[in-house]
Design a protein around this ligand. Sequence first.
Ligand code: FES
Length: 191
Amino acid sequence: MPLAWSVEKPPIACKRVGQSVAYRGKKYTCVKVKNKLVWDNGVPLTVSTSKATNSPSPSKSIANSPSSTPNPSPSSAETYPAATPSPTKVHFAKSTAISNNETVVINGKDQQGRPLSVAFTRNGDVLVALEASCTHAGCIVRPQGKELACPCHYSIFDPISGKPGNPSQQGAYPLKILEVREESGSVYLWL
Ligand code: FES
């Protein structure tokens, strides 16, 4: 029976138990067999497999930066409520055309040059202007006593309030009150 240690062993002497030596790819350890110090059969030396891994360096991640989002610009389609047209100041008559305690109908023109008849009544510092077109069918009312009367179907109206005096007649709606002001001897309407 071949001895285990008959294989090629390190050529150096084994002097103490536990002594180790590397020889031809093996690590041998000194052991005591039958009171003799001998090298064991050895174990292959472990080869470090730890190799420097040329692992690619992590690629620099270029994050896709979010595209710049344009700030919302005010929409050019913004809409605004339609502005109510402001009244137009229209010179309509001379102040001397309207005597105190009197109602008179003056024919003039509106802001667009169209014919417009207005019933003026002056009472001291108060000046009232009513559109003189009858609310029934548009005939021009006339002063009649202390009232305004329609020559077409005989409706009558109060020259201060414009309210119809005989609601049973055709012209049952009040005459339209106009904004009037006097400046420097002239009568102006805001139409
Ligand atoms: S138009 Fe004036 S009452 Fe008819």
